[in-house]
Design a protein around this ligand. Structure first.
Ligand code: S3P
Length: 417
C-alpha cells in the first residue's frame, strides 16, 4: 500500500473501543453469575480470539447493534486446542481464566505469539494449584492447563505486567481464601478498577488483595482506546498543518503516560469534557507543534508501553535527541519492537541508535521508503503516520492493523486533506 503525505489534517474522529478493556469484559462476563451486556466492544482480530476462547468452554455469545451479550451456559471441555492467534492478552488472561475451570484445555498461537514468554504467567498461576505443561517447560505455547480447584497465594512479581497481574487476579477470584499480588511499578489497572466496584479486589499499601467471590451480572460500556488514539495524537502534533479533535478516549492514568511525554516535548494538546463510566474518558484537541527531544525513564515505561514506537516517531520530528531506556520488555511484544523501531526509522533516513533496553533518535527529515512492519500492527500504523507527516511511505502487509484497529485506514482518510 502506498501512502501519500497529507497537505493538511483536519476534522474529528472517534477511535475504536479499548482492546485491553474489551478482553477483560469478555472474561469477566464469562465468569459472572448471569448474562452480562458489553456495549461498544472492540471487534478486531485479537478480541475475536478471546470470544472464541470463552465460547469453546461453553459461553453463549450474542452480538447485536454494537452490543455483546455473554452468559456461561454449561462449562464444557473443548475437544480441540484453542487458537489465540497473535493475541498475548487472550493467551495470558486465558490461562488465568482456564485455571478456574475443572477441565483440560490446550492453547496455541501464531508464530509471533508462540515465541513470546508464557512462564511469566505459569509461575504465579501454578502457586494457585492448576497443572500446566507445554513447550520449553511451558515457557512457550502450546501450553495445556488442567484447572479446577484454586487455592490462595501471595505473589510478588518482578515484572510490571498487567497481563501477568490480571491472569493471577482472574484465577485467584475462584480461590479458597484471600490472595495478594504486588508489582514493582504500577501497570495498567483496568482489572482491579472493575473488580473493586464489586468489592472483590482492593489495594492496601501498594499490595493488591483478592477476595474470592462471584462477579454479579453487569452491564458496561467500553471507552475509546487511548493506544489507538495515540496514532492520531502523533499525526496531529507532527504534521505541519493539523488541527484534530479525538472523541471519547479512555484516559485512565495508568495508560496515559504518553500525554506526559508529549507535554514535556512541548506538544499542543488539550484534554476536554472528562467523564467517568467505570473508567475516565474525554476528548482530546491536538494541533501542529514544535517538539523538543526528551528522555523517558524506566519508571515511566509501563504507562507508555504500547506507545513507544510513537515516542520514537515524535523523536524524529523533534529538535535534539530523544532517548528511551529501561524498555527491554519491548523485545517481547508482537515483534521485537526495539529492533523494528530502529530498522523502520533508519530506512526512512533517521539517525537511530539501538540499545539492549531502548534506543535514541535524532530529529531529521523523514524520507519515503518501503517498510515491512514485522507482522506488528503498531509498527505498521507508526510507519503510516510517519509517511503521512513526512514524505510518504510504501508498506507491505497493511492488513495487520486489523489486530487492534480494523478501521485505521478509513479513519485516516476522514482527516487527511
Ligand atoms: C496489556 C498489557 C500490556 C500491553 C498489551 C496489553 C493488557 O502488556 O503491552 O498490549 O491488556 O493487559 P504487559 O502489561 O504484559 O506489558
Amino acid at each position: 500500500m502506498r501512502i501519500q503525505p497529507a497537505k493538511s489534517i483536519r476534522g474529528e474522529i472517534r477511535v475504536p473501543p479499548d482492546k485491553s478493556i474489551t478482553h477483560r469484559m469478555i472474561f469477566f462476563a464469562a465468569m459472572a453469575k448471569d448474562r452480562c451486556e458489553i456495549e461498544n466492544p472492540l471487534i478486531a482480530d485479537d478480541t475475536l480470539r478471546t470470544l472464541d476462547l470463552v465460547k469453546s468452554v461453553g459461553a453463549n455469545v450474542g452480538y447485536d447493534e454494537g452490543k455483546l451479550s455473554i452468559r456461561m451456559e454449561r462449562i464444557s471441555e473443548p475437544s480441540s486446542p484453542i487458537f489465540c492467534g497473535n493475541s498475548g492478552t487472550t493467551a495470558r488472561l486465558g490461562l488465568g481464566f482456564l485455571s478456574r475451570l475443572p477441565l483440560f484445555s490446550v492453547l496455541y498461537g501464531d508464530a509471533s505469539l508462540s515465541s513470546r514468554p508464557m512462564d511469566r504467567v505459569i509461575e504465579p498461576l501454578s502457586l494457585l494449584g492448576p497443572i500446566f505443561d507445554g513447550r520449553n517447560k511451558a515457557s512457550n505455547l502450546p501450553v495445556s492447563v488442567r484447572g479446577g480447584k484454586i487455592k490462595h497465594a501471595n505473589y510478588r512479581s518482578k515484572i510490571a505486567s498487567a497481563q501477568v497481574k490480571s491472569a493471577f487476579i482472574i484465577a485467584a477470584t475462584a480461590g479458597d481464601g484471600i490472595s495478594t499480588y504486588a508489582e514493582p511499578v504500577k501497570s495498567r489497572d483496568h482489572t482491579e478498577r472493575f473488580l473493586n466496584v464489586f468489592g472483590i479486589v482492593s489495594k492496601k499499601d501498594g499490595i493488591i488483595e483478592i477476595k474470592p467471590s462471584v462477579i454479579p451480572s453487569f452491564k458496561a460500556r467500553v471507552v475509546g482506546d487511548f493506544s489507538s488514539a495515540a496514532f492520531f495524537i502523533t499525526l496531529g502534533v507532527c504534521h505541519r498543518n493539523a488541527i484534530l479533535e479525538i472523541k471519547d478516549v479512555g484516559l485512565n492514568e495508568t495508560r496515559t503516560g504518553f500525554l506526559d511525554v508529549l507535554k514535556r516535548m512541548g506538544a499542543s494538546i488539550e484534554t476536554r469534557n472528562i467523564k467517568n463510566d467505570f473508567e475516565p474518558y474525554g476528548d482530546l484537541h491536538v494541533e501542529s507543534s514544535n517538539l523538543e527531544g526528551t528522555e523517558v525513564s524506566a519508571e515511566e515505561i509501563p504507562s507508555v508501553i504500547d506507545e513507544i514506537p510513537l515516542i520514537a516517531l515524535l523523536g524524529a520530528f523533534a529538535k535534539g535527541k530523544t532517548v528511551v531506556r529501561g524498555a527491554s520488555e519491548l523485545r517481547k511484544k508482537e515483534s521485537d519492537r526495539i529492533k523494528a523501531i530502529v530498522s523502520v526509522l533508519s530506512e526512512m533516513g533517521a539517525r537511530v541508535q539501538e540499545f539492549e533496553d531502548g534506543f535514541s533518535v535524532e530529529g531529521c527529515n523523514l524520507e519515503n521508503a518501503k517498510i515491512d512492519p514485522y507482522g506488528d500492527h503498531r509498527i505498521a500504523m507508526m510507519a503510516v503516520i510517519a509517511g503521512v507527516c513526512g514524505n510518504g511511505v510504501e508498506i507491505t502487509d497493511p492488513k495487520v492493523v486489523s489486530i487492534s484497529y480494523p478501521s485505521f485506514f478509513e479513519d485516516l482518510k476522514k482527516v487527511k486533506r
